[in-house]
Design a protein around this ligand. Structure first.
Ligand code: FMN
Length: 198
């Protein structure tokens, strides 16, 4: 049997940033628990934005074929998903939002035999998931969390918790060790937990 796969979607543009370090810690936790971990950096993808192509556009995932193709394949195989992003104007970063929008096709609008149209998930909702975010103490993350939870639902995953680190400094990668330890524990826990019942 292959190892459980954790897919970590990284919405940070900055290598060594707090979001970056937290996701790496979660990936380490997943590996320590015997799983595999794949980090996808949204800023490295060359992918078109969703154009709302409408119902029954393709039997596959998307009408476009670009760097999102391997992302769909990894998410399909995933046992667990962690979305990580800095808060930019109260939500996730733009390249991560592009990736999220492109996953609309995992629960596409399809025309049924009787002519009605319905959102039909391609995958069962068995994946465990979490959100990791970093923001200024005066800011908020609830709107980003709402976006992430909607996305996870669309991809056969269920949000279980958010690890948010509000801070006051402006130093790259200043996230403290106790918060990194929480991210590592989160990665281990999601990997060790059995898949959800659909
Ligand atoms: C374009 C941009 C928009 C931002 N908007 C917000 C915001 O709305 N709320 C907030 O709390 N912080 C905001 N910030 C600050 C970042 O969330 C903060 O610097 C965070 O630490 C970035 O994560 P990192 O340290 O992992 O890079 C913004 C930063 C940038 C660059």
């Amino acid at each position: 049997m292959s190892a459980r796969l954790m897919v970590l979607l990284n919405g940070s543009p900055v290598r060594g940033s707090s979001v970056d370090l937290l996701l790496e810690a979660a990936a380490e936790g997943a590996r320590e628990a015997g799983g595999e971990a794949e980090v996808i950096r949204a800023y490295d993808l060359r992918a078109k934005a969703c154009i709302a192509c409408g119902p029954d556009a393709t039997a596959g995932y998307c009408i476009f074929h670009d760097d999102m193709d391997p992302v769909y394949a990894l998410l399909e195989r995933a046992h667990a998903v962690i979305v990580g992003s800095p808060i930019y104007f109260d939500t996730v970063s733009a390249p991560l939002k592009l990736l999220i929008d492109r996953c609309n096709c995992i629960t596409p609008l399809v025309t049924l035999a009787d002519g009605r149209r319905e959102m039909v998930p391609k995958w069962t909702r068995t994946r465990r998931a979490a959100f990791i975010t970093v923001h200024e103490r005066a800011g908020r993350y609830d709107m980003a969390e709402r976006t992430v939870r909607g996305f996870l639902k669309w991809c056969g995953a269920k949000w279980e918790e958010t690890l948010a680190w509000p801070h006051e400094d402006h130093e790259t990668g200043s996230v403290p060790d106790d918060v990194l330890a929480r991210a590592r524990a989160l990665g281990s826990r999601l990997t060790q937990s059995d898949p959800l019942q659909p």
